[in-house]
Design a protein around this ligand. Structure first.
Ligand code: OGA
Ligand code: MN
Length: 351
């Protein structure tokens, strides 16, 4: 699948991909109408207004077309660019840079961007070099496992968003235990893989996309199964659950807007109402939005949220302690392998 699709990628146009997907008809998944007020705190429209689709042939796959309230995507973008790359979370830059160098990725990048405005040639910012961030149980790219010994608190507001989306999709009590953020530049891709490292596959995997559009390929249970291609636009949410939880998938390319076309309109909107004290989402300063805006013109951010363990389950004892040093302080060997896997040009991930 990977080869065929990567070859096809350069020939993709919107029309071609829509043609491929249109041979499959959409079905309406049963959404659970959760409290309106509750979902708006996470920046979501009332569930009754969501445009959600299932796909014939892919039971358990749910695609929700941008259910975010006007203006609220900006908040999530800021969290992904300014907050989540901060310690104690882990990012690709930690693999080959010191903690002093990777401190304040946002602030250092903002300073460079502001100087760029003066017409000077500047090196790439740390934000431009960011490829992935892990949250909660930090995924170990070498061993392809999560470890109880490398856990930091999962962001509360992202838990709240995910918990609400999962509940609306029929999965109450979703425990957000791990997150992987992928940062795509216009030439990035994500290789074909299955997300199977979580120990409980009965829980869904949630995916949130912001920024430039991606082509998403949903394959089958075998690598060579012919995939269905679809666009992931800014604000779209995808849920892989049930029989679709362990399907192969990939992101062969990003379809970045033509220079000067700026951002999708849904991203340009500011919040309509002042957020209340207990709301997750808040307004941001113009200065913060300027950095997000600059970054998103050529980039896409994808957040996947995972429940790793069944409720009450613990890690098998073989996975504890002896992996801990390996997963926390990357060994030199691990770092080298990791560099190879996560190439500069994108988020190539082996399965
Ligand atoms: C992942 C993933 C898809 C995307 O992070 O596992 O499949 O749309 N992401 O970026
Ligand atoms: Mn995946």
């Amino acid at each position: 699948m990977e080869k065929m699709l990567l070859e096809n990628c350069s020939r993709f146009t919107r029309g071609e991909i829509l043609l491929q997907t249109s041979v499959r008809s959409f079905i309406s998944p049963n959404l659970v109408k959760t409290s309106e007020e509750d979902v708006s705190k996470a920046g979501l429209r009332p569930v009754k207004d969501w445009r959600a689709f299932g796909l014939h042939g892919y039971p358990g796959f749910i695609f929700i077309s941008n259910p975010f309230l006007p203006g609220s995507q900006q908040y999530w973008v800021k969290q992904c660019l300014k907050i989540y790359p901060q310690k104690p979370n882990v990012c690709n830059l930690d693999m080959h840079m010191s903690s002093v160098e990777t401190e304040n990725i946002w602030g250092k990048s903002r300073d460079v961007i502001q100087r760029k405005g003066c017409g000077k040639r500047e090196p790439k910012t740390l934000l431009e070099k960011l490829r992935w961030v892990t949250l909660g149980y930090h995924y170990d790219w070498n061993s392809k496992t999560y470890s109880p010994d490398h856990y930091t608190p999962f962001p509360k507001e992202l838990h709240s968003l995910s918990h609400k989306v999962a509940a609306a999709c029929g999965f109450p009590g979703f425990n957000t235990e791990a997150g992987i953020l992928n940062y795509y530049r216009s030439d990035s891709s994500l290789g074909i893989h299955v997300d199977e490292s979580e120990l409980d596959h009965t829980r869904p995997l949630l995916s949130f996309s912001f920024g430039q559009t991606a082509v998403f390929l949903l394959g089958g249970t075998k690598r060579e199964d012919r995939p269905t291609a679809m666009f992931m636009n800014s604000g779209d949410i995808m849920v892989m659950s049930g029989p679709s939880r362990l399907l192969y998938h990939a992101v062969p390319c990003i379809i970045a807007a033509q220079a000067g076309n700026m951002l999708p309109p849904c991203l340009g909107q500011r919040l309509e109402t002042e957020a209340q004290g207990d709301d997750n989402i808040q307004n941001m300063s113009d200065e913060d939005w300027d950095v997000c805006y600059w970054y998103l013109q050529t980039s896409r951010v994808n957040v996947t949220v995972r429940q790793v363990l069944a409720s009450g389950q613990t890690f098998p004892s073989s996975q504890a302690s002896h992996l801990s040093t390996d997963s926390c302080e990357k060994s030199e060997e691990g770092t080298q392998k990791n560099k190879k896997r996560k190439s500069e040009s994108g988020c190539e991930r082996d399965t």
